[in-house]
Design a protein. Structure first.
Length: 364
């Protein structure tokens, strides 16, 4: 998905004037603007920013240092929409931002590789651990944040296991051909490559798209599917195990970090590490809780048989290799080696791929 939206100078001026960093009167109180394009309550990574992370930082700074930190919360796009948050942190409109790299595929394509291997693990805890392992060996997939976009990644979490909610009952993946299915950015090919018609929209407008027939299905994880009441216009939710995605990161403006005392910054980084664990577990638990709530609300929850998952994955067999080579073409990164390593590490973690994607290595 290309990011074509820019934050206007007028908005920037208003924010800069009303939400200025710190205070010249009381240098020991630091005001931090923190936000996300997604809303807080129904989305695990955002609600844990607002509550767990912010609460921990505020309490620990007050208890362990002579300083204080106060957060100004700006979620649901109050300062920056989902595809504007990277830029907002870069420009200092937000000191800390939570966002999905999926909405910045042009700038952050190297961090989207788990989207390029559908039917990965449905356990977001395992996904974060494996992705962290690969990233530790290949910092080139994310170091552009610091080098180019003036921010540091302080935490990474993600979404629970993607399923497919539809207005219609279906049992065979071939029945999706010709159907209009909502997907977001990097995962559009999941449905497009199997003959479905991809539809792009946003979480706030997806309900209306389903209700009015603009789309007849939505690739989404169960917790958010229930939270936004998508089951009302599309009551059939299929557990298809497209996988959990470690796609949401929390980043902090580099200039903001330089202005903070070392003891405050240490607490922020430690709270971010705690946030990563807590938000990931929350996301993991959201899947089972979401499925339970969907059933209680009257939705029809069923599971796609393994042979059908294999059939779907096989239809996508060439796409992961194509995207791996795009990483090399566009970012000079060895995408095939990284994605092969990711699949291997995922297998070592106990995941069984319904279809084992193959990658043509560079120079072969």
């Amino acid at each position: 998905m290309k990011n074509t939206t820019k934050i206007t100078a007028a908005v920037a001026a208003i924010i800069a004037g009303s939400l200025a960093f710190g205070s010249t009167v009381n240098a020991k109180t630091y005001v931090l603007r923190m936000g996300s394009g997604h809303p807080s309550k129904p989305v695990a990574y955002v609600r844990n920013m607002e509550h767990h992370f912010a609460d921990m930082v505020t309490k620990r700074v007050a208890a362990e240092t002579e300083h204080k930190v106060r957060f100004i919360h700006a979620y649901a796009g109050k300062i920056a929409k989902v595809h504007e948050t990277l830029e907002a942190v870069e420009k200092g409109l937000l000191d800390i931002g939570g966002w999905c790299v999926c909405f910045e595929s042009a700038k952050m394509l190297p961090m989207n590789w788990d989207y390029f291997t559908p039917f990965t693990t449905g356990d977001i805890r395992k996904q974060v651990a494996v992705k962290r392992r690969v990233m530790a060996e290949h910092p080139e997939v994310y170091d552009m944040l610091d080098k180019k976009y003036k921010q540091k990644m302080i935490a990474m979490t993600g979404f629970d296991n993607y399923g497919l909610g539809t207005k219609f009952k279906w049992d065979d993946v071939s029945e999706l051909k010709g159907k209009k299915i909502i997907a977001a950015g990097p995962n559009l090919p999941w449905v497009e490559r199997y003959g479905a018609i991809p539809v792009t929209t946003s979480l706030p407008t997806a309900y209306n798209a389903l209700a009015t027939g603009v789309a007849s299905g939505f690739i989404m994880f169960p917790g958010v599917y229930f939270g936004f009441k998508f089951h009302e216009p599309a009551p059939h939710f299929k557990i298809v195990n497209l996988g959990a995605q470690a796609q949401t990161i929390m980043t902090m403006n580099n200039n903001t970090r330089k202005k903070l005392p070392a003891n405050v910054l240490k607490i922020i980084d430690e709270a971010a590490a705690s946030y990563e664990t807590v938000a990931t577990v929350d996301s993991y638990e959201s899947e089972a809780l979401g499925l339970e709530k969907l059933k209680k609300a009257g939705a029809f929850v069923t599971t796609l048989p393994t042979e059908q998952q294999t059939k779907w994955a096989a239809a996508l067999k060439d796409w992961p290799n194509e995207r791996a080579h795009d990483l090399h073409k566009e970012f000079a990164i060895d995408g095939p080696a990284i994605m092969e390593k990711y699949m291997k590490y995922m297998e070592e973690a106990g995941h069984k791929w319904p279809y084992r994607y193959q990658f043509k290595q560079l120079g072969s």
